[in-house]
Design a protein around this ligand. Sequence first.
Ligand code: NDP
Ligand code: 8X3
Length: 255
Amino acid sequence: MNRIALITGATAGIGEATARLLGKNGYDLIITGRRKERLDRLKNELEEKTPTKVLPLTFDVRRRDEAEKALGSLPEKWQAIDVLVNNAGLAAGLSKLHEGDIDDWEQMIDTNVKGLLYVSRIILPGMVERRRGHVINISSTAGKEVYANGNVYCATKFAVDALNKAMRLELVDYGVKVTSVNPGFTETEFSLVRFKGDKEKAKQPYVGMEPLHAEDIAEVILFVLSRPDHVNINEIIVTPKAQANAFYIHREKEE
Ligand code: NDP
Ligand code: 8X3
C-alpha cells in the first residue's frame, strides 16, 4: 500500500512540484488549493503517468469551516495520512510597515499562520493516534531573518518557525517527525502573487541571479522524507547559490 501525503497549495509552485515528485516516488496524494481546475488537471496527469492515486480537495485554508468539511470526513482509504506538507502560503505586498496595506496583512496572517494551524489541528490527532507521521512545514529564509519591507510576511514565517519547533516538542513522544524546510528565492507564482499580477515587478527579485526552481525544493522534501525511520531532519535552509542570507543577493551585472 502506498503511503499517503497531504500537500496544501498544490496548484502551483513548490506544492505542485512536490506532488509530482512524491507521486513518482510511491505516494498517494491528497492535493489542495482554491483552483479546482488545476487540481483536477494535476490529478488526471499524475494518475495517467504514475501509479499514484490522487484525491483533490478544493478549499481556502483561511476558512476553518471549509477546511473541516474537506478534511474532517475523508473517505476511509484516505484517512491514515503519513505525511502533511504545510505549504499553502503567500506574500502580499512589499512595503514599509507604516505604509502597509492592512488587507494584505490579514491575508498573510490568515493563510500562512491560521490556515496552517487549521489544517494541522485536523490532521495531527490521527498521526498521534497511529503513532506515526511526518509534518513538513514550509517556512522561509524570511522566517529566519527579517528583511526591509518584509515585516508582516517575515512575522508569519517566524510564526511558522515557532510552530514547527512547538510541534516537534509536542509530537516527539508519539513518534511523529516534524521538519521545517526554509527556501530562499524560488521562482514560482510567489512573486506574481506578491505584486498582484504585475509581471515586471515580479521579475525584479531574480534579475542578475538564478533563483531556485520549485523542483529543487521538492527534491529536498523527498530527501527529508526518505531518511531512515530513526533519522529526523529538524530544519533545513536552502538558497540559490547567489543568495547569502534573507537579504544579501549577489547579482551579475548585464554587459
Ligand atoms: P505559489 O504562489 O506558486 O503557490 C502557492 C500555493 O499556495 C498555491 O497552490 C495556492 O493555491 C496556495 N494558496 C495560497 N493561498 C491559499 C489559500 N488561502 N487557501 C488555499 N491555498 C492557498 O508560491 P510558492 O510555491 O512559492 O509558495 C509555497 C510556499 O513556499 C508558501 O508558503 C511560501 O511562503 C513559501 N516560500 C516561497 C518562497 C519563494 O521564493 N517562492 C521562498 C520561501 C518560502 P490557490 O491559489 O489555488 O489557492
Ligand atoms: C519567500 C522568499 O525572500 O521573497 O519566502 O521572502 S522572500
